[in-house]
Design a protein around this ligand. Structure first.
Ligand SMILES: [Zn+2]
Ligand SMILES: [Zn+2]
Ligand SMILES: [Zn+2]
Ligand SMILES: [Zn+2]
Length: 160
């Protein structure tokens, strides 16, 4: 290690460049310094809080002042698509308090993704597109009818 000789032309300023301390280990940062927002890190110190992987290489997330790799962030805070169960990133569709990939938010019956701006009918259990939400004839689950106006098919039990 060689001591750095101060440049002779440099005026000796009382307010010298403040020593940057690594946010992680607290040691002065020299050489390669990674700056993340207002904080500085040694390259080797900028690691995932959870798994310790090198965050300088890939993407990272900041949550509650802690630095996490994408995988750990998703595992801990990620939102899963209600349709396929995978994590949702980027464009999401939120409907009825649930989150979907745009392609996973699809009609339960015809499985086609809802076109943007289209009306979605939620029948309490399934999301249906306009076509599938059309009243269907006599759903078997709603066969019980208390109205006397309902034509009751005569049951012929007689055997001859
Ligand atoms: Zn450090
Ligand atoms: Zn990690
Ligand atoms: Zn999905
Ligand atoms: Zn449909």
């Amino acid at each position: 290690m060689s001591a750095r000789v101060a440049h002779p032309q440099e005026p000796h300023h009382p307010a010298e460049k403040p020593v940057i301390h690594c946010h992680k280990c607290g040691e002065p940062c020299k050489g390669e310094v990674l700056r993340v927002q207002t904080k500085h890190f040694h390259i080797k110190c900028f690691t995932c809080k959870v798994c310790g992987c090198d965050l300088a290489q890939g993407g990272f997330f900041i949550k509650n002042g802690e630095y996490l790799c994408t995988l750990d962030y998703q595992r801990m805070y990620g939102t899963r698509c209600h349709g396929c169960g995978e994590f949702v990133e980027g464009e999401v569709v939120t409907a009825l308090g649930k989150t979907y990939h745009p392609n996973c938010f699809a009609c339960t019956i015809c499985k086609r993704p809802f076109p943007p701006g289209d009306r979605v009918t939620f029948n309490g259990r399934d999301c249906l597109c306009q076509l599938c939400a059309q009243p269907m004839s006599a759903s078997p689950k709603e066969a019980s009818c208390s109205s006397s106006k309902c034509p009751q098919p005569p049951i012929d039990m007689s055997s001859s």
